[in-house]
Design a protein around this ligand. Structure first.
Ligand code: MG
Length: 466
């Protein structure tokens, strides 16, 4: 293995499984991502660690389900961090950036953070040398603060940066407020290229964590991408992200370090279907963001490293939880042995012909396991959102789906396979028992604030009294 390869992790927000051309999008042209998928590995059963932003990102950057770090919300409470939150990813957690410090990597975080906006939780306190981005979601801080009734109309009006009073930060300082969201994707790309060049010139291996705010609503593009797609505002945003990917690959080639750089592209959760024409698509997978159906957590994933990653389509299971152990493997760093990791090193699949080493996945919602997938089968014990209307429903009888013959989770076969249901239930119980109680970071906010405000407010308000 090459010594200390560079790592570029491009993490997009709320992009659905079928929002890239090569994953089935009929509306957006994504030639750069399509080329990476063809030249590298396209994973078709790759999952986000959670179906909403904060716990997904905690899982990504620590290799551990968010329930272990206190970064998973409680039901009828906050599901993600908010601008008034007092919590964040605890210092006791080890991030990918901190892991890579063992081998002298320099790391930059760009874009959405959402793991705590107070100084002790920002990227510069979590192993990253620099940060440039919005510390939480780009739809937060509407006028009047977070007590403002959540209005879908705001999102469909002509884009106006004043509607969302979100800060753009450089390290721990606010550079701009409200952030000019029109130019975010463009500016993140420019900063990414500058960081890669500076690191390369300094002779240091680098880890670039580029977490685009888009395509999370409100949707903004730079002028060059306004109206270019056949898919409205959402398609335009996807085409600008694809442009950004192309610029980054071009910069790697210019510096002649493309053959020493692993590039990974994936999404933090499925499409936010509540946003109607401004949401993405999970294709044939059921439902979207906020749910533990496939559409909420199965996301597009591409691995690219010329000459190293074997070009093919992988149908075996993978998770963003696996990225940290995989990066440890390729960088020759060692994961701490004092804690449980939920990820596995995917290197045997990336670099050779092996099947994926992962065969089981847990679908957390809040701090509970709502579903388990092992091989082709997935059992649901609780559901949220899509099923039977709103809110959380604990199923009296678990449901079982065969994802190979029924990827859309339409035909419940639990009655025919009680043995498989029992096996998956036992797995969930063992996994749940492995989690030690910790402080819930999402429950830390000023006294007197209401609990039920979160990204899924339309559902949550209806279910507050349940
Ligand atoms: Mg998201």
């Amino acid at each position: 293995m090459t010594t200390s390869p560079n790592i570029v992790l491009i993490f997009v927000d709320d992009m659905g499984y079928a929002d890239i051309g090569s994953f089935g999008s009929p509306i957006a042209r994504t030639p750069n991502l399509d080329r990476l998928a063809l030249e590298g590995q396209k994973w078709t059963s790759f999952y986000a660690p959670a179906s909403v932003c904060t716990p997904s990102r905690a899982g990504l950057l620590t290799g551990r389900y968010a329930v272990r770090s206190g970064m998973a919300g409680l039901v009828h409470a906050r599901h993600v961090l908010f601008p008034t939150s007092l919590g964040g990813l605890p210092q006791s957690e080890v991030t990918i950036a901190e892991l890579l410090q063992q081998k002298g990597y320099v790391s930059a975080a760009l874009g959405k953070w959402h793991l705590g906006h107070l100084p002790e939780f920002l990227p510069t306190s979590q192993g990253f040398e620099s940060y440039y981005g919005i510390p939480y979601s780009n739809d937060m801080n509407m006028p009047g603060g977070n007590e403002t009734p959540w209005a879908l109309e705001n999102f469909f009006a002509p884009p106006d940066i004043e509607t969302w009073d979100v800060p753009l930060m450089q390290d721990e300082e606010i550079l701009e407020r409200p952030a000019n969201q029109f130019t975010l994707s463009k500016r993140y790309t420019e900063h990414a290229i500058q960081f890669m060049k500076e690191s390369h010139e300094a002779g240091k291996p680098f880890f670039l964590y580029l977490a685009h705010n888009m395509p999370h609503t409100p949707l903004f593009t730079s002028e060059a991408f306004d109206g270019v797609s056949a898919g409205g505002a959402y398609g335009d945003v996807i085409e600008e992200i694809d442009w950004s990917v192309g610029e980054i690959i071009a910069a790697l080639k210019d510096m002649d370090i493309d053959d020493n750089t692993l590039v990974v592209f994936t999404s933090d959760n499925g499409p936010w279907l509540t946003m109607k024409t401004h949401s993405g698509s999970a294709g044939r997978f059921r439902d979207g963001k906020g749910t533990t159906w496939e559409g909420g957590m199965r996301v597009p994933a591409i691995f690219w490293w010329p000459g190293k990653v074997q070009p093919r389509t992988v149908t075996g299971l993978g998770s963003a939880l696996d990225l940290m152990p995989t990066f440890a493997g390729i960088s020759g760093t060692v994961l701490p042995d004092d804690r449980i990791y939920d990820g596995v090193d995917l290197s045997p699949t990336l670099f050779a012909d092996s099947d994926s080493p992962r065969d089981t996945l847990y679908f957390y919602r809040f701090t509970d396991i709502f579903a388990v997938r092992k091989g082709r089968y997935k059992a649901h014990f609780s559901v949220y959102g899509a099923f039977g209307g709103d809110g959380r429903t604990d199923l009296n009888e678990p449901e079982l789906y065969d994802l190979e013959s029924d990827p859309g989770e339409q035909y419940n076969i639990a009655a025919e396979h009680p043995d498989i249901v029992a096996e998956l239930k036992a797995l969930a119980e063992t996994q749940a028992a492995s989690v030690k109680p910790v402080v819930n970071q999402l429950e830390l906010y000023p006294e007197g604030q209401k609990r039920g405000e979160d990204e899924t407010r339309p559902w949550n308000e209806k279910t507050e009294d349940e």
